[in-house]
Design a protein. Structure first.
Length: 426
């Protein structure tokens, strides 16, 4: 009977209407439920219950369980997408030459019109629209709700290529001197997505470092975000006491403050897997296709659809680097897809040529595992528009070569193409 029930649920999911903006269904926007500031749950509406238990593997839900029917509004502000994005506009274009070509231009588009975006650009998502996370009572009811606005705002997105895994872009890009520290929490968050571009070695007899894992050429998508004014205000209101903070801010603070070992070469506190602190096991990513899938071959659509909107944990593949102190404050996560399983690595590589057709909504959060850590809230979110990885032309070695040519200077005068002003707290 249980198997029959599961089969009926699967059939219902196949026949159910697709969420607007995230499948090949139409993009007509339904209404948005109002939000509860205490529980992150809509006052009205019927959330979809998540299935399964709470292990890493069980965090993979079918797309209909991970998405919510959302309309063309930026969350509780009730301002239309068009109004907000017209006000922001394009904030940083790609420099015409030099190493600054690694900067991906920001060109904001309406959330409900993903097809309007220009290839190899990104668009802001300042309130985390489209993402559904664990609500306050998730441990009891297994229900997810639209996230509140992210704790960090994305300021810049960069893309580089390399011959091997590369960590610590806080040092490579900024020389470590970026951001500030508020009650032990860095105000700059850097996500380094390391994407392999080679055939994975055989896990049994393949030749590779069995400790470090497979390595080789690939691309780096580097997201640089700045703490919001609201997040800083909560840290200051509580005077840095995690027990007095909102749960999602307390989880963030504990995650940032976890004890790690200092790296004498770069001056950063580094944390490689396996992570000693439990609070470093909770980083979770979500990637959802917002548009462009109709241009893909049927087999590719099916393959991508199997992972669309399903959260995945960044634990065994996550590396952390933290810089805090006078005059600096940055926290970096390196998501090492080189260490994904061979099937996943090969599938990711085979999809490279199809990314240029897709519009992707990408978000990162910290997984709450108890009532004291809930509701979940996005760390950051943005929209990647047709990320053609074949157009990534700046090599990481060029960063160091440029720094040497300027006497080791990696500051604002040497690298004006970095948005230093955008990374400063107001």
């Amino acid at each position: 009977q249980q198997q029959q029930q599961q089969q009926r649920e699967l059939e219902q999911q196949k026949q159910a209407p697709a969420p607007a903006g995230h499948t090949n269904a139409g993009l007509s926007p339904p209404t948005v439920p109002s939000m509860s500031t205490s529980s992150n749950a809509p006052v009205s509406g019927s959330p979809v219950s998540a299935r399964g238990s709470d292990g890493d593997m069980e965090e993979f839900f079918d797309a209909p369980d991970s998405l919510e029917h959302l309309g063309a509004k930026w969350g509780p502000s009730s301002r239309s997408v068009t109004d907000l994005l017209d006000a922001a506009g394009i904030v940083l274009e790609q420099p015409g030459g030099g190493v600054g070509r690694c900067v991906i231009p920001r060109r904001d588009i309406r959330f409900d019109d993903p097809g309007a975006g220009e290839a190899l650009s990104w668009s802001a998502n300042p309130t985390g629209q489209g993402f559904k996370l664990r609500g306050k009572e998730y441990m009891n009811d297994k229900k997810k709700y639209p996230s509140a606005s992210p704790l960090f705002d994305v300021v810049q997105v960069l893309a580089l290529k390399s011959d091997a895994q590369t960590l610590d872009f806080g040092h490579l890009l900024f020389g470590g001197d970026v951001g500030e520290t508020v009650h032990g929490c860095p105000t700059v968050y850097i996500a380094n997505l390391m994407l392999p571009d080679y055939s994975p070695p055989n896990p049994v007899w393949g030749k590779y470092d069995k400790v470090k894992g497979p390595d080789g050429p690939g691309q780096h998508i580097v997201v640089v975000a700045r703490m919001t004014v609201e997040t800083r205000a909560e840290l200051e209101r509580s005077n840095g006491d995690a027990t007095a903070m909102a749960p999602e801010v307390a989880l963030m603070a504990n995650h940032f403050r976890a004890e790690t070992m200092a790296d004498a070469a770069t001056g950063a506190d580094v944390d490689a897997p396996p992570h000693g602190a439990k609070v470093r096991h909770c980083t979770k990513m979500v990637c959802m296709v917002a548009g462009g899938q109709e241009e893909l071959p049927w087999a590719v659509r099916v393959a991508i659809g199997q992972g669309n909107g399903k959260p995945f944990m960044v634990n065994r593949t996550g590396y952390f680097a933290r810089r805090t102190g006078a005059g600096c404050g940055s926290f970096e996560i390196g998501v090492n897809a080189h260490n994904f399983g061979p099937v996943a690595t090969n599938g990711l590589r085979n999809c490279h040529s199809f990314f240029r057709s897709l519009v992707l909504d990408i978000g990162v959060t910290l997984q709450g595992a108890s009532a004291e850590e809930l509701p979940e809230r996005l760390l950051f979110a943005f929209r990647a528009v047709k990320p053609d990885l074949k157009q990534v032309v700046v090599h990481i070695d060029e960063l160091e070569a440029e720094a040497r040519s300027s006497g080791g200077n990696k500051g604002p005068t040497a690298r004006p193409w970095l948005d230093w002003e955008g990374l400063q707290m107001p």
